[in-house]
Design a protein around this ligand. Sequence first.
Ligand code: NIG
Ligand code: FE
Length: 437
Amino acid sequence: MSFPAKLRRMGTLVLTEIGQLLTLDGPDAVDRTQSHGPGADAAAVKRAEQSARVVSNACLVICDGTVRYAGPRSDAPTLHSLPDPVRQESVGGRLVTPGLIDPHTHLIWAGDRSEEFDLRNCGASYQEIQARGGGILSTVRATTQASDEVLLQSLRKRLRYALQRGVTTCEVKTGYGLYPEAELRLLRIIRHAQEEGDVDVAPTFLCHVPPPELGGADTSERQQFVRSLCAAVPQAKALGATSIDVYCDAGAFTRNEAMQILQAGQQHGLALRCHAEQFTYTGIAEHAARLGARSVEHIEEIDEAGIAALAHAGGVAHLLPGAVLTLRLRVPDARRLLRAGVRVALGSDCNPGSSYTQNLPLMMSLACTQMGLSSAEAWLAVTRHAAQSLGCSDAGVLRAGARGDVVVWDADSPREVCQRLGDPLIQRVYRRGVAVR
Ligand code: NIG
Ligand code: FE
């Protein structure tokens, strides 16, 4: 991800009087050999706490956008050794963390699904609404009709909104174009927003659902359509996509189709992701993991074989509490994943249908209270583990050499953020050492 010239500043930012600094630079939390016996959960929680590494009475030094020092105040470098001009800012004993990373969003769309919100809450199912041409398909119609400029403006607005809520790195999926040309158009617009550089953007080429007019998976039109998506992968890559994703489910792509799409992505060097086992078990999580998928996402209905394959291959599980809550899905048991040695990340899944939120701290609270993560595990899931999933090792951590992306919280501890159920606790946000809020 390139760093935009407009944010490049010479000089030093020193944050002083940090009550607790969450560095996330301890040893890896995931132990692939871990036991399932008694005490396994407590041991995993302890490892996560060590991995998250909190420093009390700390100081953070960012020089020319990059972290120079993150640690105890007593060992901080002397000011005269730092690049001029040096700005010192006290955070008054507050909590300081890295900028958050949202590894799963659908931020580029047009249109409105508020009617569907009421229909669903009062009894209609997500899939019934889609079968009637609503849901994803209604967003596809609105997105197709919207101009590039309208789509860019709304994407820009959502990225800036994310930044104000502490997200400094954000994955953005296409997916509301359906047809290859339309998906490539969305990638062009995402690239434009990426170049504006408000947030670090990781673009994903998402093959969302097959157009219903093509008929079932056995029709030659549908097979031709899957081939046309595979054929568009080199262009997607040329337009900046770093990952490919496919939604495999009843009413979406079949497992065979999804595997064809993932294989095409693999041939062209994209990271592989998959919307897997959300409503119906298809077995795609296991197959995608074996193919080397970087992440499998949702996985409400995953089975033991899928979990074992994911643990073995080292793929990341993206849990998406917003969609679970909105669609009243089975709540994934995060401890079951952690016990098996699977790395967990959390995303907003922000989209106009199944999860209309950009509030990652709320996702952390929900993952703790509903899915069984400890607060240290939830923090890893929106920083270091999300960064691993996106392949950006200098984000989601505060140590010398990391990006100077920082959030100051009106909270005393990392745990308090998880406890407070989405309360607006963000006091300041810095991107590459520059205050953006
Ligand atoms: O991740 N499950 C598939 N896709 C999206 C929902 C998209 C929509 O409803 O518009 C998801 O939840
Ligand atoms: Fe999604």
